[in-house]
Design a protein around this ligand. Sequence first.
Ligand code: IPE
Ligand code: IPE
Ligand code: MG
Length: 253
Amino acid sequence: MSEQTGGRPAGVPSSGRVSAGAQWPAHVAIIMDGNGRWAQQRGLPRSKGHEAGFQRARDIIRACGEWGIPYLTLYAFSTENWRRPAGEVSFLMGLLQRAIREELQELLENNVRLRILGRLQDLPAALARGLKEAEQATAGNTGLHLNMAINYGGRAEIVDAARAIAAEVREGRLSPEEIDETCLARHLYTAGQPDPELIIRPSGEMRLSNFLLWQAAYAEFYVTDVLWPDFTREHLLQALEQFTHRQRRFGGI
Ligand code: IPE
Ligand code: IPE
Ligand code: MG
């Protein structure tokens, strides 16, 4: 796994809110939650909340690129979200399809590398194709690594890794003794990436909801009551600032 750490490069607002010399996380992961409640509070259909949430995602991706955050993961649709009413699921699939069509150019212009975390094969075929193509089109970029978690489940990811490892053992390319934490991490969707150091959950829920179960082992957790459609780069700065004050011990003293 990469030893890359986050910096605080030139271009970050010198507002004084960020401690001098403090390290920012190399990998920030966000559970984009609260779209429905945001819409409900305004007497709007939930779909309006998802649209507003999509705009926030655009801003946050752009901010992370500008600030030199190396890795950003956004949780957009979980393996459990299929339990929602069919109309909401199909609206979300349509929104993702539109997003990838409309935003690909922006990702290319901003030098963003896209990776999809999740079971693409179970998504509508046109969406899966669009996401694959966008991954390929941005593969040569050198800026922000953006992971979009779509049809993502932490348990599903570990199951997929276990299957891939089992297949390699069966084919004689790997022995059971060689299976260790590094090997398992290499078979996750996030292979080659640093673990998230900061996981942000807007809208106040204090749970992971099946997000990055393996990778979250030592992530710092930041929960805010702000709903995702209200979550601006200022809120992100607050989370980053708080991260710099956390004492991380990793089991030591
Ligand atoms: C997050 O917002 C978006 C997805 C899970 C797709 P929600 O739709 O979960 O919003 P709340 O939690 O109902 O407010
Ligand atoms: C988590 O939010 C999934 C995403 C944000 C994509 P949920 O709204 O699905 O989580 P629960 O159901 O409240 O745990
Ligand atoms: Mg929710």
